[in-house]
Write a protein that binds this ligand. Sequence first.
Ligand SMILES: Cc1ncc(COP(=O)(O)O)c(C=O)c1O
Ligand SMILES: C[C@H](O)[C@H](N)C(=O)O
Length: 346
Amino acid sequence: MNFNLEQFASDNYSGICPEAWEYTLKANQGSAPAYGNDQWTQKASDKFRELFEIDCEVFFVFNGTAANSLSLAALCQSYHSIICHENSHIETSECGAPEFISNGSKLLLAEGENGKLTTESIEALLLGKRSDIHYPKRKVISLTQATELGTLYSIDELAAIKELAHKHDLKIHMDGARFANAVVAMNKSPAEITWKSGIDVLCFCGSKNGMALGEAVIFFNKELAEDFAYRCKQAGQLASKMRFISAPWLGLLETGAWLKNARHANQCAEYLENELLKIAGIEIMFTREVNAVYANLPEKVVTSLRAKNWLFYSFLGVGGVRLMCSWNTTQARIDELIQDIKQAIV
Ligand SMILES: Cc1ncc(COP(=O)(O)O)c(C=O)c1O
Ligand SMILES: C[C@H](O)[C@H](N)C(=O)O
Protein backbone atom coordinates (compact mmCIF):
# COMPACT_ATOMS: atom_id res chain seq x y z
CA MET A 1 0.00 0.00 0.00
CA ASN A 2 1.36 3.42 -0.90
CA PHE A 3 0.95 5.42 2.29
CA ASN A 4 2.00 8.60 0.50
CA LEU A 5 -1.35 8.69 -1.25
CA GLU A 6 -3.95 10.88 0.44
CA GLN A 7 -6.75 9.01 2.17
CA PHE A 8 -10.25 9.97 3.35
CA ALA A 9 -10.15 8.20 6.71
CA SER A 10 -9.29 11.21 8.81
CA ASP A 11 -7.69 14.62 8.79
CA ASN A 12 -5.42 12.97 11.37
CA TYR A 13 -3.77 11.19 8.44
CA SER A 14 -2.46 14.35 6.82
CA GLY A 15 1.06 15.66 7.27
CA ILE A 16 2.39 18.97 8.52
CA CYS A 17 1.40 21.99 6.42
CA PRO A 18 4.18 24.29 5.10
CA GLU A 19 3.43 27.12 7.49
CA ALA A 20 3.55 24.92 10.58
CA TRP A 21 6.76 23.35 9.33
CA GLU A 22 8.33 26.75 8.52
CA TYR A 23 7.67 28.05 12.02
CA THR A 24 8.91 24.81 13.57
CA LEU A 25 12.20 25.31 11.74
CA LYS A 26 12.30 28.95 12.83
CA ALA A 27 11.84 27.86 16.44
CA ASN A 28 14.55 25.24 16.07
CA GLN A 29 17.35 27.78 16.25
CA GLY A 30 19.52 27.21 19.28
CA SER A 31 18.23 26.69 22.78
CA ALA A 32 15.14 28.03 24.47
CA PRO A 33 13.68 27.90 27.98
CA ALA A 34 11.68 24.72 28.57
CA TYR A 35 8.17 23.98 29.84
CA GLY A 36 6.48 26.90 28.09
CA ASN A 37 8.78 29.66 29.29
CA ASP A 38 9.96 30.33 25.74
CA GLN A 39 9.14 33.27 23.49
CA TRP A 40 7.19 31.15 21.00
CA THR A 41 4.73 30.04 23.64
CA GLN A 42 4.30 33.61 24.83
CA LYS A 43 3.77 34.87 21.28
CA ALA A 44 1.32 32.09 20.42
CA SER A 45 -0.66 32.66 23.61
CA ASP A 46 -0.83 36.38 22.91
CA LYS A 47 -1.90 35.65 19.34
CA PHE A 48 -4.82 33.55 20.63
CA ARG A 49 -5.85 36.43 22.92
CA GLU A 50 -5.76 38.78 19.93
CA LEU A 51 -7.67 36.30 17.75
CA PHE A 52 -10.42 35.73 20.32
CA GLU A 53 -10.50 39.41 21.34
CA ILE A 54 -10.36 38.58 25.04
CA ASP A 55 -7.77 38.07 27.78
CA CYS A 56 -8.11 34.28 27.88
CA GLU A 57 -5.84 31.70 29.51
CA VAL A 58 -4.05 29.47 26.98
CA PHE A 59 -2.44 26.07 27.55
CA PHE A 60 -0.87 23.62 25.10
CA VAL A 61 -1.23 19.85 25.40
CA PHE A 62 -0.29 16.97 23.13
CA ASN A 63 -3.66 15.71 21.89
CA GLY A 64 -7.37 16.23 21.89
CA THR A 65 -8.27 13.53 24.35
CA ALA A 66 -5.99 15.16 26.91
CA ALA A 67 -7.39 18.60 26.09
CA ASN A 68 -10.97 17.45 26.49
CA SER A 69 -10.39 15.34 29.59
CA LEU A 70 -8.27 17.85 31.46
CA SER A 71 -10.51 20.80 30.65
CA LEU A 72 -13.64 18.89 31.67
CA ALA A 73 -11.93 17.94 34.94
CA ALA A 74 -11.25 21.62 35.50
CA LEU A 75 -14.94 22.39 35.09
CA CYS A 76 -16.37 19.78 37.42
CA GLN A 77 -15.73 17.54 40.41
CA SER A 78 -15.95 13.74 40.52
CA TYR A 79 -19.50 13.94 41.90
CA HIS A 80 -20.71 16.04 38.96
CA SER A 81 -22.06 14.97 35.58
CA ILE A 82 -21.41 16.16 32.05
CA ILE A 83 -24.17 16.32 29.44
CA CYS A 84 -22.92 15.38 25.98
CA HIS A 85 -24.24 13.96 22.74
CA GLU A 86 -24.32 10.17 22.40
CA ASN A 87 -22.05 10.46 19.33
CA SER A 88 -19.62 12.80 21.06
CA HIS A 89 -15.93 11.96 20.87
CA ILE A 90 -15.60 12.17 24.64
CA GLU A 91 -18.15 9.36 24.84
CA THR A 92 -17.24 7.22 21.85
CA SER A 93 -13.49 7.60 21.29
CA GLU A 94 -11.52 8.65 24.39
CA CYS A 95 -11.43 5.33 26.25
CA GLY A 96 -13.08 6.76 29.34
CA ALA A 97 -10.41 9.45 29.75
CA PRO A 98 -12.88 12.20 30.68
CA GLU A 99 -14.33 10.04 33.44
CA PHE A 100 -10.89 8.87 34.54
CA ILE A 101 -9.14 12.25 34.60
CA SER A 102 -12.03 13.84 36.49
CA ASN A 103 -11.99 10.99 39.00
CA GLY A 104 -15.44 9.84 38.06
CA SER A 105 -17.56 12.61 36.57
CA LYS A 106 -20.44 10.89 34.83
CA LEU A 107 -21.20 11.42 31.14
CA LEU A 108 -24.92 11.77 30.52
CA LEU A 109 -25.73 10.95 26.93
CA ALA A 110 -28.29 12.97 25.02
CA GLU A 111 -29.81 12.21 21.66
CA GLY A 112 -30.17 14.78 18.91
CA GLU A 113 -30.40 14.75 15.16
CA ASN A 114 -27.26 15.34 13.10
CA GLY A 115 -25.06 14.82 16.12
CA LYS A 116 -26.22 17.96 17.90
CA LEU A 117 -27.53 18.57 21.38
CA THR A 118 -30.80 20.45 21.59
CA THR A 119 -32.25 22.35 24.53
CA GLU A 120 -34.94 19.69 24.68
CA SER A 121 -32.45 16.82 24.86
CA ILE A 122 -30.42 18.69 27.48
CA GLU A 123 -33.49 19.48 29.57
CA ALA A 124 -34.53 15.84 29.38
CA LEU A 125 -31.33 15.00 31.24
CA LEU A 126 -31.65 17.93 33.58
CA LEU A 127 -35.23 17.18 34.60
CA GLY A 128 -35.58 13.51 33.78
CA LYS A 129 -32.93 12.23 36.14
CA ARG A 130 -32.87 12.36 39.94
CA SER A 131 -31.95 15.84 41.13
CA ASP A 132 -31.31 14.88 44.73
CA ILE A 133 -28.09 13.92 46.51
CA HIS A 134 -28.22 10.40 45.13
CA TYR A 135 -27.32 11.31 41.55
CA PRO A 136 -24.28 13.18 40.12
CA LYS A 137 -25.15 16.87 39.97
CA ARG A 138 -25.30 18.22 36.42
CA LYS A 139 -22.44 20.67 35.99
CA VAL A 140 -21.21 20.81 32.39
CA ILE A 141 -22.60 20.77 28.89
CA SER A 142 -20.04 19.51 26.37
CA LEU A 143 -20.62 20.21 22.71
CA THR A 144 -18.47 19.64 19.66
CA GLN A 145 -18.14 22.37 17.00
CA ALA A 146 -18.08 21.22 14.23
CA THR A 147 -19.75 18.02 15.41
CA GLU A 148 -18.48 14.48 14.95
CA LEU A 149 -21.03 14.14 12.12
CA GLY A 150 -19.73 17.15 10.24
CA THR A 151 -22.56 19.47 11.22
CA LEU A 152 -22.61 22.83 12.95
CA TYR A 153 -24.37 24.50 15.83
CA SER A 154 -25.83 27.78 14.54
CA ILE A 155 -25.40 30.98 16.50
CA ASP A 156 -29.05 30.72 17.54
CA GLU A 157 -28.62 27.13 18.69
CA LEU A 158 -25.57 28.12 20.72
CA ALA A 159 -27.51 31.03 22.22
CA ALA A 160 -30.34 28.74 23.28
CA ILE A 161 -27.90 26.33 24.93
CA LYS A 162 -26.15 29.27 26.61
CA GLU A 163 -29.46 30.47 28.07
CA LEU A 164 -30.26 27.02 29.37
CA ALA A 165 -26.79 26.61 30.86
CA HIS A 166 -27.05 29.91 32.70
CA LYS A 167 -30.52 29.02 33.96
CA HIS A 168 -29.16 25.82 35.50
CA ASP A 169 -25.72 27.14 36.50
CA LEU A 170 -23.91 24.87 34.04
CA LYS A 171 -20.53 25.46 32.38
CA ILE A 172 -20.04 24.89 28.67
CA HIS A 173 -17.08 22.99 27.19
CA MET A 174 -16.47 23.05 23.45
CA ASP A 175 -14.57 20.27 21.73
CA GLY A 176 -13.05 22.22 18.86
CA ALA A 177 -11.36 19.38 17.02
CA ARG A 178 -12.61 21.03 13.82
CA PHE A 179 -13.20 24.52 15.17
CA ALA A 180 -11.30 26.11 12.29
CA ASN A 181 -13.61 24.38 9.83
CA ALA A 182 -16.57 25.76 11.77
CA VAL A 183 -15.23 29.34 11.75
CA VAL A 184 -14.77 29.22 8.00
CA ALA A 185 -18.12 27.59 7.31
CA MET A 186 -20.08 29.96 9.58
CA ASN A 187 -18.19 33.07 8.52
CA LYS A 188 -18.35 34.28 12.10
CA SER A 189 -15.54 35.51 14.31
CA PRO A 190 -13.94 33.04 16.75
CA ALA A 191 -15.29 35.19 19.58
CA GLU A 192 -18.85 35.07 18.28
CA ILE A 193 -18.97 31.27 18.31
CA THR A 194 -17.16 30.85 21.61
CA TRP A 195 -17.21 33.17 24.63
CA LYS A 196 -19.86 35.47 23.18
CA SER A 197 -22.00 32.33 22.86
CA GLY A 198 -21.35 31.32 26.44
CA ILE A 199 -18.46 28.90 25.94
CA ASP A 200 -16.27 28.69 29.04
CA VAL A 201 -13.43 26.60 27.60
CA LEU A 202 -12.46 25.64 24.04
CA CYS A 203 -10.20 22.75 23.03
CA PHE A 204 -8.80 24.08 19.74
CA CYS A 205 -7.20 21.33 17.71
CA GLY A 206 -4.04 21.90 15.73
CA SER A 207 -3.38 18.36 14.55
CA LYS A 208 -6.40 18.39 12.23
CA ASN A 209 -5.51 21.79 10.87
CA GLY A 210 -2.01 21.09 9.56
CA MET A 211 0.11 20.52 12.66
CA ALA A 212 1.91 17.35 13.70
CA LEU A 213 0.28 17.47 17.11
CA GLY A 214 -0.75 19.96 19.72
CA GLU A 215 -4.01 21.34 21.04
CA ALA A 216 -4.69 24.72 22.60
CA VAL A 217 -6.90 24.67 25.68
CA ILE A 218 -8.40 28.14 25.89
CA PHE A 219 -10.21 29.26 29.04
CA PHE A 220 -12.45 32.26 28.41
CA ASN A 221 -13.61 32.04 32.01
CA LYS A 222 -10.19 32.54 33.59
CA GLU A 223 -11.27 31.51 37.08
CA LEU A 224 -11.78 27.98 35.77
CA ALA A 225 -8.14 27.87 34.68
CA GLU A 226 -6.85 28.12 38.26
CA ASP A 227 -4.04 25.58 38.78
CA PHE A 228 -4.74 24.04 35.34
CA ALA A 229 -1.00 23.99 34.65
CA TYR A 230 -0.58 21.64 37.62
CA ARG A 231 -3.31 19.41 36.25
CA CYS A 232 -1.47 19.25 32.92
CA LYS A 233 1.87 18.50 34.55
CA GLN A 234 0.42 15.75 36.73
CA ALA A 235 -1.19 14.19 33.66
CA GLY A 236 2.06 14.19 31.73
CA GLN A 237 0.82 16.92 29.40
CA LEU A 238 3.39 19.63 30.11
CA ALA A 239 5.75 19.57 27.12
CA SER A 240 9.37 20.29 28.06
CA LYS A 241 10.05 21.57 24.52
CA MET A 242 6.71 23.38 24.28
CA ARG A 243 8.07 25.72 21.60
CA PHE A 244 7.58 22.86 19.13
CA ILE A 245 3.86 22.94 19.82
CA SER A 246 3.45 26.71 20.16
CA ALA A 247 5.63 27.76 17.22
CA PRO A 248 3.62 25.86 14.57
CA TRP A 249 0.48 27.21 16.19
CA LEU A 250 1.90 30.71 15.75
CA GLY A 251 2.61 29.81 12.16
CA LEU A 252 -1.01 28.81 11.53
CA LEU A 253 -2.35 31.93 13.21
CA GLU A 254 0.11 34.56 11.95
CA THR A 255 -0.04 33.42 8.33
CA GLY A 256 -3.77 32.71 8.33
CA ALA A 257 -3.07 29.12 7.32
CA TRP A 258 -5.51 27.93 9.98
CA LEU A 259 -8.29 29.46 7.90
CA LYS A 260 -6.77 28.56 4.52
CA ASN A 261 -6.35 24.91 5.52
CA ALA A 262 -9.89 24.67 6.90
CA ARG A 263 -11.39 26.42 3.89
CA HIS A 264 -9.60 24.05 1.53
CA ALA A 265 -10.76 20.99 3.46
CA ASN A 266 -14.35 22.25 3.52
CA GLN A 267 -14.28 23.03 -0.20
CA CYS A 268 -12.89 19.59 -0.99
CA ALA A 269 -15.69 17.98 1.00
CA GLU A 270 -18.23 20.09 -0.86
CA TYR A 271 -16.78 18.94 -4.17
CA LEU A 272 -16.73 15.32 -3.00
CA GLU A 273 -20.35 15.56 -1.85
CA ASN A 274 -21.46 17.06 -5.17
CA GLU A 275 -19.70 14.30 -7.11
CA LEU A 276 -21.26 11.61 -4.91
CA LEU A 277 -24.70 13.10 -5.41
CA LYS A 278 -24.33 12.50 -9.15
CA ILE A 279 -24.08 8.74 -8.55
CA ALA A 280 -27.35 6.83 -8.31
CA GLY A 281 -27.62 4.60 -5.26
CA ILE A 282 -25.54 6.71 -2.90
CA GLU A 283 -27.18 8.51 0.03
CA ILE A 284 -25.58 11.42 1.86
CA MET A 285 -26.48 10.77 5.50
CA PHE A 286 -26.08 14.17 7.18
CA THR A 287 -26.07 17.79 6.07
CA ARG A 288 -22.46 18.41 5.11
CA GLU A 289 -21.31 21.68 6.61
CA VAL A 290 -17.55 21.30 6.98
CA ASN A 291 -14.91 18.77 5.86
CA ALA A 292 -16.65 15.43 6.45
CA VAL A 293 -19.07 13.62 4.15
CA TYR A 294 -21.07 10.71 5.60
CA ALA A 295 -22.35 8.46 2.83
CA ASN A 296 -24.34 5.28 2.71
CA LEU A 297 -22.41 3.19 0.18
CA PRO A 298 -23.65 -0.21 -0.99
CA GLU A 299 -21.68 -3.04 0.63
CA LYS A 300 -20.22 -4.10 -2.70
CA VAL A 301 -18.81 -0.62 -3.12
CA VAL A 302 -17.27 -0.64 0.36
CA THR A 303 -15.72 -4.04 -0.34
CA SER A 304 -14.37 -2.92 -3.70
CA LEU A 305 -12.90 0.29 -2.30
CA ARG A 306 -11.18 -1.48 0.54
CA ALA A 307 -9.76 -4.00 -1.94
CA LYS A 308 -8.25 -1.03 -3.76
CA ASN A 309 -6.63 0.16 -0.52
CA TRP A 310 -8.96 3.09 0.09
CA LEU A 311 -9.06 3.86 3.79
CA PHE A 312 -12.13 5.32 5.50
CA TYR A 313 -13.96 4.95 8.81
CA SER A 314 -17.23 3.06 9.20
CA PHE A 315 -17.12 2.51 12.97
CA LEU A 316 -18.58 5.77 14.20
CA GLY A 317 -21.80 4.13 15.25
CA VAL A 318 -24.07 5.88 12.79
CA GLY A 319 -23.70 3.47 9.87
CA GLY A 320 -22.36 4.37 6.45
CA VAL A 321 -18.83 5.60 5.90
CA ARG A 322 -17.13 8.84 6.83
CA LEU A 323 -15.07 10.51 4.13
CA MET A 324 -12.90 13.20 5.67
CA CYS A 325 -11.05 15.89 3.71
CA SER A 326 -8.00 17.69 4.94
CA TRP A 327 -5.73 20.66 4.23
CA ASN A 328 -3.85 18.65 1.64
CA THR A 329 -6.71 16.79 -0.04
CA THR A 330 -6.60 17.17 -3.82
CA GLN A 331 -9.37 17.22 -6.39
CA ALA A 332 -7.44 14.66 -8.38
CA ARG A 333 -7.53 12.22 -5.46
CA ILE A 334 -11.26 12.87 -5.01
CA ASP A 335 -11.78 12.14 -8.70
CA GLU A 336 -9.88 8.85 -8.30
CA LEU A 337 -12.17 7.86 -5.43
CA ILE A 338 -15.27 8.83 -7.39
CA GLN A 339 -14.06 6.84 -10.37
CA ASP A 340 -13.55 3.73 -8.24
CA ILE A 341 -17.00 4.18 -6.70
CA LYS A 342 -18.59 4.47 -10.12
CA GLN A 343 -16.80 1.33 -11.28
CA ALA A 344 -17.93 -0.60 -8.21
CA ILE A 345 -21.56 0.47 -8.19
CA VAL A 346 -22.46 -0.70 -11.69
C1 LIG B 1 -14.36 15.36 17.57
C2 LIG B 1 -13.00 14.99 18.07
N1 LIG B 1 -12.63 15.42 19.29
C3 LIG B 1 -11.43 15.15 19.80
C4 LIG B 1 -10.50 14.44 19.08
C5 LIG B 1 -9.15 14.23 19.72
O1 LIG B 1 -8.63 13.05 19.53
P1 LIG B 1 -7.10 12.72 19.77
O2 LIG B 1 -6.97 12.44 21.22
O3 LIG B 1 -6.96 11.55 18.90
O4 LIG B 1 -6.26 13.89 19.36
C6 LIG B 1 -10.83 13.95 17.81
C7 LIG B 1 -9.87 13.14 17.04
O5 LIG B 1 -9.62 13.21 15.92
C8 LIG B 1 -12.11 14.22 17.29
O6 LIG B 1 -12.47 13.79 16.06
C1 LIG C 1 -12.77 9.28 15.29
C2 LIG C 1 -11.28 9.20 15.52
O1 LIG C 1 -11.08 8.85 16.88
C3 LIG C 1 -10.62 10.52 15.27
N1 LIG C 1 -11.03 11.43 16.30
C4 LIG C 1 -10.98 11.06 13.90
O2 LIG C 1 -11.86 11.92 13.79
O3 LIG C 1 -10.39 10.59 12.93
